[in-house]
Design a protein around this ligand. Structure first.
Ligand code: HEC
Ligand code: HEC
Ligand code: HEC
Ligand code: HEC
Ligand code: HEC
Length: 216
């Protein structure tokens, strides 16, 4: 008996049927995520040690990358190990009660468990190094961390927020070496802008808003 449909047509029909299913699954995952994720923008999270970014970054001028060591090279920014803290606090404020968990962590060989402030659902793909590589600053996504005695979420991390920048990323890119600066970069002229954009080799905008860029 003759085939009613070509194989390629069958494939197309399958694909057309699959897209709504994928969307439905994403929507359900989104609803479940929203009902279980406790952190909202502006809300403080309890931490095992009362760590202050205002003191360490704002007053003491320590660069983000000293503690968030993998932010330029991997998807995750990374949280500081006990030994990074102890590089100063082995001597400094050694006996402060607030630092007792650090010494316990070293003794027991168990890392400090920092509670997450920013957390995306598993069905969203995010990568720090891609953003830092194009000079999108910590400031543009995490706000004035250097003024936060207690770190709070600056953005809700909803999809619209990602898309707003991905539709017009050219305004938000800069010199990757200055990505950890907590001050907005001074305006640059058209020639410098052209040079920067050539150096950064940006992807086309279409790709940045494709569903599969963030949902893989
Ligand atoms: C490069 C040195 C350095 C490193 C690394 C460092 N600190 Fe500090 N820390 C300081 C200094 C300096 C102060 C005094 C801050 C001030 O008053 O400006 C301080 C103060 C503190 C205090 C006292 C409370 C306060 O903020 O005044 C705590 C708690 C603390 N640090 C925790 C940590 C933890 C946890 C880490 C690792 C994630 C860490 N520190 C890494 C230098 C450091
Ligand atoms: C001395 C170490 C240190 C430095 C320097 C530092 N941080 Fe942190 N950072 C921490 C620690 C410890 C935590 C976990 C405790 C907390 O949330 O305050 C943290 C948490 C964070 C978080 C929240 C992570 C989460 O749970 O989702 C962000 C965002 C962040 N830091 C951004 C920055 C930026 C931006 C800079 C530079 C402007 C910076 N940090 C510099 C130690 C540091
Ligand atoms: C384009 C926006 C954006 C930029 C730029 C950005 N972050 Fe993040 N950051 C996020 C998002 C989104 C998350 C949550 C990631 C997740 O849950 O997978 C996050 C999470 C974090 C965390 C939590 C731990 C981790 O490894 O994910 C830290 C720490 C952090 N960022 C530090 C930084 C620092 C330091 C910089 C600058 C060098 C920076 N971020 C730049 C959006 C950004
Ligand atoms: C402030 C601007 C800004 C925000 C906010 C932002 N991005 Fe981006 N994103 C960029 C830029 C710039 C690039 C690099 C584009 C390029 O290479 O041309 C990028 C690239 C990416 C890529 C890599 C695309 C590739 O090349 O494969 C992913 C994935 C991504 N972003 C996810 C996210 C997610 C998820 C969010 C929200 C949680 C987000 N971004 C928020 C500016 C931003
Ligand atoms: C730049 C990154 C990015 C792109 C591109 C993107 N999304 Fe999302 N999407 C997200 C983030 C981040 C969330 C999680 C939002 C939250 O937790 O509130 C999300 C959540 C969702 C959800 C769950 C429900 C909800 O609204 O939270 C659905 C469904 C979804 N996306 C569909 C899509 C479709 C369809 C496209 C293509 C038209 C798309 N997304 C493109 C980042 C992106």
């Amino acid at each position: 008996m003759a085939q009613l449909l070509e194989r390629s047509q069958i494939l197309l029909i399958k694909l057309i049927l699959l897209v709504p299913v994928a969307l439905l699954l994403l929507t359900i995952a989104g609803m479940v995520w929203r009902s279980t994720s406790p952190v909202e923008a502006g809300v403080a999270v309890d931490q095992p040690i009362p760590f202050s970014h205002k003191h360490h970054v704002g007053d003491d001028g320590i660069d983000c990358r000293y503690c968030h060591t993998s932010v330029e090279t991997t998807a995750a920014a990374g949280m500081p190990s006990t030994s990074i803290c102890l590089s100063c606090h082995a001597e400094l404020f050694r006996d402060a009660p607030a630092l007792a968990p650090l010494h316990a962590s070293l003794r027991d060989g168990k890392p400090i468990r920092w509670n997450r402030v920013y957390d995306l659902p598993d069905f969203v793909f995010f990568n720090h190094s891609v953003h830092i590589g194009k000079g999108v600053s910590c400031l543009s996504c995490h706000g004035r961390v250097d003024q936060m005695p207690v770190l709070v979420r600056h953005e809700a991390l909803d999809m619209q927020w990602c898309l707003d920048c991905h539709r017009d990323p050219f305004r938000r890119v800069g010199d990757p070496k200055k990505a950890t600066s907590m001050h907005a970069l001074p305006p640059i002229d058209a020639a410098e802008r052209d040079h920067l954009l050539r150096m950064l080799k940006l992807e086309d905008r279409q790709r940045l808003t494709d569903c599969s860029t963030c949902h893989r």
